[in-house]
Design a protein. Structure first.
Lengths: 732, 238
């Protein structure tokens, strides 16, 4: 860590110098840089930096004191900002009162509830589960915000004390709001630093993440300590959200994306060093303000100045030394039996998938009363979107589920696939190029795999996230990459085997077929040598390496496979979206949703991927029912299931890390006539449950009726004694 | 409870405990009298650490009772017991590796002794810790880490001290040094329960010793006698 801090100091110094040089050169070239505009831009930069520092402080405090990196930090801010708007603007409460209620009461309560209900149970969970759960909380919070405060009303959070009151700075005014933000952010960072280093509760907060049991043996109350951490972290997220909302506007996605900048800032401090995180935030703020003011990247790179944070995050994460990240994080592997899916089982499964999809979309299933009928364009649109996302999701099964390589950039791979296809096939829509897309996306995956080869867990997650964000800010918006944006032209319809798939149902069934092929390929891959190697490096890289598994090559292959699947899926995703808006169409948030979907399906079991097909089916089915009328409760239920289902299922992993699908599969498989093994396993488990321990053979206390039965069984006495009521209790 | 002068400071009565559904302790009875040193010896997997887990509140027994100074403390959380003066130094360096030496000492203040006093006492006993007070504890040598762990026992005036495998993985000379500290604590009248796999180091300080095997205390007696039997126990001839 000491090395890491030194390195980030070096990076900070280098980038700071770079910024100064750029500005100096620009001034020299006669660009409109005056000392006054310089001053104003600097104060805006510092102010932005202060806001991000607040988020970063919350992240670092929670990470150093609980070991959980909270992806939901931004979403907590979003929720708090909306709640503040509701109380202050909509209900007319005084701003101070609203601020107190949200930051002082609601936020800490949310933090404590999160800790008690979820985080406490995550301590022994694997890193993948931990990350997925915080991502699920993020997505759920954003969905709740979207449901409560519908997007159609324009909302604004006012500045504290108004925008026009403040200190006169000559060329412009420094509003009280911004001054307060700056002071508060610095005060929070300083007091958190003092709390963590100079007080006993702060020491205990850090001690608990080191060794919870030992902290208790010292006399600290571990549960109280970690609840305090979560309450504090949540308060900082809430305050950040409320204070940044007047600047960015009340848009959930925009506000949530702030968290990436906070991640970059936190990465500066190796995720643990608070002062460095604040320095990082300030630096990003300054860079962003100055580049935004003076560097013109041209309209081709119109989002480039926004990409400073993701690029910095990418750079810092790759450059940081990786030691000591997973201290004490021994994943609990609960897979007791894993059975390969047989090739013919895979075939049957795929056939069932295609039939189901055809039946649902064609309205072949007659539910009597409801009579859903065949899907119209509305249902098919919705189902097609979900289907394309499910296809992208399948690409994550080998990567995340088997090789344990967390990847938040599936949409970046998908977007690259769409780009390659557009370049190759042009307007013809020739579907055979899709195969080439698959081949050309593999090298991109391999490229990402190279830095990933030395990253693990959390850093890998951050790196892929930064990569996804950089792609959607720099690469996709470029007119050469996706020339159809803004021109009103449609992504061409795919043409295969002489058929143009311009009809939605046909396209849906085409995607379902591709889905089935993917699933089947996964079934075969899992049985292959690479399938085993991926599982091996997931369990233990060191052990795999000592057995002769080439770890780097194995990772490169899994990334290549995943990228090429995602690339092919991306073609379909772009086609579904039609006139695809590259920035939103391949946005990180969609990527999070896809990752979550896959996690909910139980990433590690190939056949569980089939579950992904149900989301599009439910979507279409639900809409169809809505059109048919008078089954409102069912529509609402399906709506809730598709909106909140994946998030809730991932939260369920807290209680059952194997995922709900695994349990469903366990319940389902004994029904299959050829699965004698599953029936035997369940029978064995039940027998074990029924058999009580025999204990001390009645020497210390009389036998209980169960023990009598157990002894009879143990001694193989066939006609078991049926105990009378009260038997054996006379002497007790 | 009883008015007799010889109330044991720590007493286990018929303790059955374990992990999940598997019992490790099958009825353990044990008494540590005030001001004595009790050595619990036995091979790997005998249940020694589990016994300490029960007495420190980390593991709830399925049956039996834990009595501290005559009061039943079943179900009391480990942190409450720690604040009440039950001091367990766990096996394998009971320190926080990512905290500095000084911060580790600050964690010892929950039992009621002030930070300043804890530091004074710890540094008086182990001057080497003072030199390294701002160093991360994880970067200390094995012996220094064990000293840091022991300093909690030395500086917090515990009612009862429990040591789990104090000598594990340490050079003999350091073990000797640590046991000198234990001996002086015993002389000062502290009640101590020591768990060890190997008897030599303990013998000098213990008043009473016991052999534990398969989750039961097989025999108790004077340390010298027990040491002899221990060899037999390890060879499976008990």
């Amino acid at each position: 860590m000491i090395l890491g801090v030194r390195l980030s100091v070096a990076i900070a110094a280098a980038l700071g110098t770079l910024a100064v040089v750029i500005i100096a050169v620009l001034t020299w070239k006669g660009a409109p840089v005056t000392s006054q505009t310089f001053l104003v831009t600097t104060y805006i930069g510092l102010f932005l930096g202060a806001l991000w520092a607040m988020y970063a402080t919350g992240l670092v405090v929670v990470y150093t004191t609980t070991g959980v990196f909270n992806f939901a930090q931004g979403a907590i801010g979003v929720f708090a900002a909306f709640l503040y708007w509701e109380l202050h603007v909509n209900r007319g409460w005084h701003s101070i009162l609203a601020l107190f209620v949200v930051v002082g009461l609601f936020a800490p309560a949310l933090g404590v509830v999160l800790d008690i209900v979820i985080m406490r149970r995550l301590r022994t969970a694997s890193l993948v589960v931990q990350l997925m759960v915080t991502v699920a909380i993020m997505v759920l919070l954003l969905s709740v915000v979207g449901d409560i405060w519908e997007a159609d009303t324009p909302r604004r959070v006012p500045y504290l004390f108004g925008i026009n009151n403040g200190i006169d700075l000559g060329p412009s005014q420094l509003p009280w709001h911004r001054l307060i933000v700056f002071v508060v952010a610095i005060a929070i960072a300083v007091s958190m630093r003092l709390l963590l280093r100079r007080t006993r509760i702060g020491t205990a907060m850090r001690a608990v993440v080191d060794n919870r049991e030992l902290a208790a043996l010292n006399g600290a109350r571990p549960n109280v300590v970690s609840s305090t951490s979560w309450a504090l972290g949540s308060m900082m997220g809430a305050l950040g959200g409320i204070l940044i909302a007047p600047e960015l506007g009340l848009d959930p996605a925009t506000l949530n994306n702030v968290v990436i900048i906070a991640f970059a800032a936190a990465a500066f401090g190796a995720l643990r060093n608070l002062p460095m995180a604040v320095v990082g935030a300030m630096l990003i703020g300054l860079l962003r303000a100055h580049t935004g003011a003076w560097l013109d990247f041209g309209s081709d790179f119109r989002f480039a100045h926004l990409s400073i944070a993701p690029l910095l995050l990418l750079f810092v994460v790759i450059a940081l030394p990786q030691a000591r990240l997973e201290v004490g994080r021994l994943a609990h592997h609960l897979r007791r039996h894993e059975r390969y899916t047989k090739w013919w089982e895979g075939l049957i499964g795929c056939g069932v998938v295609i039939l189901l999809a055809a039946a649902f979309s064609g309205g072949w299933l007659d539910f009597g009363v409801w009579d859903p009928g065949s899907w119209g364009s509305r249902e098919l649109n919705s189902a097609n979107e979900a289907m394309a996302l499910a296809l992208i999701g399948l690409s994550l099964v080998p990567l995340i589920g088997w090789a344990g390589q967390i990847n938040f950039a599936p949409l970046a791979f998908a977007g690259f696939g769409a780009f390659v296809y557009l370049k190759l096939a042009g307007d013809t829509g020739n579907g055979y190029w899709i195969l080439v897309v698959g081949l050309l996306c593999a090298p991109l995956g391999a490229l990402v795999a190279l830095p990933a080869a030395r990253l693990r867990g959390l850093y890998l997650a951050l790196m892929t996230m930064a990569f996804a964000q950089a792609m959607s800010l720099i690469f996709f918006p470029h007119p050469w990459v996706m020339p159809i944006i803004g021109t009103g032209r449609q992504f061409p319809h795919i043409e295969l085997f002489g058929v143009t798939f311009d009809d939605r149902r046909g396209f849906f069934l085409l995607m379902v077929s591709i889905f089935a092929i993917f699933v089947y390929a996964l079934v075969l891959l899992r049985r292959s040598r690479y399938g085993r190697r991926w599982m091996a490096i997931n369990d233990s890289q060191a052990a795999a390496a000592t057995l002769g598994v080439p770890v780097v090559w194995t990772k490169v292959v899994v990334y290549a496979v995943s990228a090429s699947m995602a690339g092919i899926a991306g073609v379909f995703w772009a086609t579904v979206s039609g006139n695809v808006d590259s920035v939103q169409g391949f946005d990180l948030l969609i990527g999070f949703n896809v990752v979550l979907l896959v996690a909910a399906a139980g990433v590690s079991i190939p056949m569980a991927g089939i579950f992904l097909i149900f989301i599009p089916l439910f979507k279409g089915f639900g809409l169809r029912l809505e059109d048919a009328g008078n089954v409102d409760y069912l529509v609402t239920l399906l709506d809730i299931m598709t909106t909140y289902g994946p998030g809730l299922m991932v939260l369920g992993m807290v209680f059952n890390p194997r995922g709900a699908i695994f349990e469903m599969g366990r319940g389902f498989s004994p029904i299959l006539p050829w699965r004698g093994d599953a029936r035997a396993e369940i029978a064995a488990e039940n027998a074990q449950k029924r058999e009580p321990e025999i204990g001390e053979l009645g020497l210390e206390r009389p036998f209980t009726p169960e023990e009598v039965i157990a002894i009879d069984r143990r001694l193989e006495i066939l006609d078991e004694v049926v105990p009378k009521e009260g038997y054996g209790t006379a002497r007790s | 409870m009883s008015a007799a002068p010889a109330t044991p400071l720590l007493e286990l009565v018929g303790i059955r405990a374990g992990y999940g559904t598997i019992d490790v302790l099958h009825g353990v009875d044990l008494r540590v009298m005030p001001g004595t040193v009790y050595a619990l010896l036995g091979p790997n997997g005998a249940g020694k650490t589990t016994t300490l887990g029960v007495t420190s509140g980390q593991i709830q027994p399925h049956a039996g009772s834990v009595l501290l100074d005559g009061h039943e403390v079943n179900g009391v959380s480990p942190d409450r017991l720690a604040r009440a003066g039950v001091c367990l130094i766990p096996e394998g360096r009971g320190i926080f590796p990512n905290l500095t030496v000084a911060e580790n000492l600050r964690m010892s203040t929950y039992a009621g002794v002030s930070y300043k006093q804890v530091q004074e006492r710890a540094f008086a006993q182990f001057p080497r810790l003072q030199e390294r007070r701002n160093q991360l504890a994880g970067t200390l040598s094995g012996g220094e880490q064990q000293m840091l762990a022991m300093s909690r026992a030395l500086s917090t005036d515990p009612a009862i001290l429990m040591l789990d495998e104090l000598s594990m993985g340490l050079a003999p000379i350091i073990v000797e040094e640590l046991y000198e500290q234990v001996a002086s604590l015993a002389e000062a009248g502290l009640s101590i329960l020591i768990v060890e796999q190997f008897a030599q180091a303990v013998l000098g300080v213990a008043n009473e010793a016991a052999i534990m095997l398969h989750g039961r205390i097989q025999r108790t007696g004077p340390p010298e006698e027990i040491a002899e039997e221990l060899t037999a126990a390890y060879l499976g001839m008990s």
